[in-house]
Design a binder for this molecule. Structure first.
Ligand code: ADP
Length: 273
């Protein structure tokens, strides 16, 4: 499970998150909501190890993310699919190549990459669009391509940071359905959104942040919710399998260097998506 224990994050003396506590079980769909500047993206960046907490501990399946060994970090990043706010598709590559690239980085052969990419394109409804470049896609199609890329390594956790921020309501609904489908297959989904309508539509567990503090943890729509029951039994997301850690360590020795995604103007470390 994912556990935030008393997590505080400061940026140059300013508080982005303050003593945040929550636990998420495998298979949950959780909306992280709150107004702009509340700390939603900070939660995402901490979870993908692009930032470390100033105070407190973040654990995934018992592994403290601040102390994660390199090979395990590579595995964790594979098992954690991320859909960034601006999607971070590579503009000089086709949809196919954007998705395939994430597998090439891991050293997968074409015989595995090709069917996997086509399977993912079908899954997200982008059949026939594989040769298009990101600039030729609608906002919704870009979001779909980013979701396909996030799913490439069959993640246990998908983290989507405002994936519907720049698209119209009809397409937004389609993207939400897609994330719900992913969740139905057993993947834990964390959706950061400032959009109250989305929270109302989904009626899932809601973690609401205000000024960096967690002010709500309950299940339901925007205005009301049933308090989340305390989690009594610790369940695993199965992201840290020992054998796989060794395989990843071997692969990463020979893998090509990946381009550095940006988060809102801030540089973060490379992510083997
Ligand atoms: P949200 O995603 O809810 O809009 P953020 O997590 O992006 O909020 O930001 C929370 C607060 O932390 C804001 O005041 C923001 O300006 C600040 N912040 C976030 N990241 C950085 C950073 N890298 N450097 C300085 N301030 C930051």
């Amino acid at each position: 499970m994912i556990i935030f224990s008393d997590v505080t994050k400061m940026f140059k003396g300013r508080i982005a998150l303050q003593n945040v506590n929550f636990a998420i079980n495998p298979g949950e769909f959780v909306c992280v909501t709150g107004p702009s500047g509340a700390g939603k993206s900070t939660i995402v960046h901490l979870l993908i190890c692009a930032e470390v907490p100033t105070k407190g501990i973040i654990e995934v399946d018992g592994q403290n993310l601040a102390k994660i060994p390199h090979a395990v970090l590579q595995l964790y990043r594979r098992r954690t699919g991320v859909v960034f706010q601006d999607y971070k598709l590579l503009s000089d590559r086709t949809v196919y190549d954007n998705i395939a690239f994430a597998m090439e980085v891991s050293g997968d052969p074409t015989s595995i990459i090709q069917p996997r990419v086509m399977e993912l394109l079908a899954k997200v409804g982008l059949n026939g669009r594989e040769k298009a470049y990101p600039s030729q896609l609608s906002g919704g199609e870009r979001a779909r391509a980013a979701i396909a890329r996030a799913l490439v390594h069959k993640p246990m956790i998908v983290i989507a940071d405002e994936p519907t921020g720049n698209i119209d309501p009809v397409q937004s609904l389609e993207i939400l359905k897609l994330l719900q489908d992913v969740n139905r297959e057993g993947v834990t989904v964390l959706l950061a959104t400032h959009d109250d309508e989305i929270v109302d539509k989904l009626q899932t567990r809601v973690l609401r942040l205000e000024n960096g503090a967690l002010v709500r943890d309950s299940i339901g729509g925007y205005n009301s919710g049933v308090p989340t029951q305390p989690i009594l039994e610790k369940k695993s997301h199965k992201v840290f399998d020992k054998e796989e850690q060794e395989v990843v360590a071997q692969e990463t020795k020979s893998a090509p260097k990946e381009e550095v995604p940006q988060t809102g103007g801030r540089k973060i470390k490379p992510i083997a998506i």
